[in-house]
Design a binder for this molecule. Sequence first.
Ligand SMILES: *Cc1c(COP(=O)(O)O)cnc(C)c1O
Length: 405
Amino acid sequence: MTTVEFRTAGALEDAEKWTAHNYHPLPVVVASGEGAWVTDVDGRRYLDCLAGYSALNFGHRHPGLIAAAHAQLDRITLTSRAFVHDRFAEFCQGLAELCGKDLVLPMNTGAEAVETAIKVARKWGYRVKGVPDGQAEIIVAAGNFHGRTTTIVSFSTDPDAHADFGPYTPGFVVVPYGDPAALAAAITPNTVAVLLEPIQGEAGVLVPPAGYFGEVRELCTLQNVLLIADEIQSGLGRTGRTFAIEHENVTPDMYVLGKALGGGIVPVSAVAADRDVLGVLKPGEHGSTFGGNPLACAVGAEVVALLRTGEFQERSAALGERLISGLEALIGEGVVAVRGRGLWAGVDIDPALMTGRQACERLAARGILAKDTHGSTIRLAPPLVITEADLDHALTEFAAVLAGN
Ligand SMILES: *Cc1c(COP(=O)(O)O)cnc(C)c1O
């Protein structure tokens, strides 16, 4: 074993020895990154086609984001919300305008933003809609992924995420994804919200049937139910638009955002909604020590500024077509089905050939980082800053792995 290989092996062994095994990472130990590329502890370079599950939409260490973070590190990083700081309103106004909503409530992780949306919807249900106390129902979809808190895993249909973590939080009703009739049948006078991903990422980049969200929107409006779009993974440029739900010409009542909102630097999440919804919260009813901290706001404001240019959405749309058509060309060559929008694809490979995990291991050996989900599906979501040449390189390597090379 060379010294070079020793670094990776040792780091993997240490991680295995000292940490809980709640992940099964690929055997790659990353030491640095720039743009769409990372370098491991042994100097090997990899093209990052996962992009932190879309937390790295702008790539590793985007110069504008790093500059914003550096500048803020030299001023002030944390105040708590007991005081107001001078980056707070700037970030919240920018994000509210990007969403076309009146108000923003910043949190840190995606799961916290989903929890925030659930609390707001319940309180709105009791105080505005007039649902009897303790009776609020929220409709969610089978195959959902909204995070890992005990309440959120209560309504997960993935046994790995759900089993052994009860007792479960009541008040959630699960319906099939993409089926408006099932949703209509599940709405009761106590329904306060429908919580959906515009595209289900963890489930395998499942794009709902055309017109689904239009019908959901209509039902929600008719029945006085809030439509909450979890755009944590699908939003902020990933699908070629600022929000994935824009493809459906639908405006939700609440956006839930996270991942790329932190620019790949700090955890930043938020809920955005109009005053009649988000205005139900009064002082003391919800909060977070780190939510909306100065460093988060400085980075988040720069993320909003990048998205305001429209450049990343355009790149995602254009390169996304190249990605999807490149993958569709592999149907019959080891690929069974391709789904996606923008620079975001779920690829089902022939299970007789290899598992998704094996494909990702072979891709990693060839310098491409991707992640399997649910058996034989591979998710490709490179940073939106990836070049056309690098994207073609990833497709070539993907074809080579499927060909058994
Ligand atoms: C990642 C994700 C979450 C949870 O975000 P965390 O920051 O990991 O808590 C919620 N919803 C969706 C759609 C996600 O992709």
